[in-house]
Design a protein around this ligand. Structure first.
Ligand code: RTP
Length: 155
């Protein structure tokens, strides 16, 4: 059976506090824009620990969970929703492996990071996670659907 891919698929991508502090927001946004994805939501916020504990609820038994929550709460995050064909899977490919030392050059982590605990970006790992995470980080009226003259005709 063919894989179902929607041009309206959405994913949650975040620049983590280390990525913001290091001034990498523009570079990360540019990669998604240049690939042909459409930015439909964007905001900067410092997330509460409670908000982050829900975001990372599947990891709460992991030994690194408290450190992960402290890291993610340590400064502003740039939260985004990107839309386009196969964006959940391709977004993960563009981010690179969780451990930057295993990330291929050409990926965001493979080009800009060396530590798992400071891996500068987050991307949803499935369509179901994306839907849950988008609803957790954005109100419906913060997401903008709009026609792009480029996307879906040239890309
Ligand atoms: P993300 O959710 O941030 O995109 O990362 P991921 O799916 O690639 O990795 P996941 O296993 O879900 O872990 C979430 C984040 O936790 C931190 N981590 N630290 N010290 C460690 O062993 C360890 N393992 C994971 C990373 O910041 C990872 O992105």
């Amino acid at each position: 059976e063919p894989v179902k891919m929607s041009v309206n698929e959405r994913t949650f991508i975040a620049v983590k506090p280390d990525g913001v502090h290091r001034g990498l927001v523009g570079k990360i946004i540019a990669r998604f824009e240049e690939r042909g994805y459409k930015l439909v939501a964007l905001k900067q916020l410092t997330a509460s620990k409670g908000h982050l504990e829900v975001h990372y609820q599947d990891l709460k038994e992991k030994p690194f969970f408290p450190g992960l929550i402290d890291y993610m709460a340590s400064g502003p995050i740039v939260a985004m929703v990107w839309q386009g064909l196969d964006v959940v899977k391709q977004g993960r490919v563009m981010l690179g492996a969780t451990n930057p030392l295993a990330s291929a050059p050409g990926t965001i982590r493979g080009d800009f990071a060396i530590q798992t605990g400071r891996n500068i970006c987050h991307g949803s790992d499935s369509v179901d996670s994306a839907n849950r995470e988008i609803a957790h980080w954005f109100k419906p009226d913060e997401i903008n659907d709009y026609a792009s003259p480029f996307i879906n005709s040239w890309v």
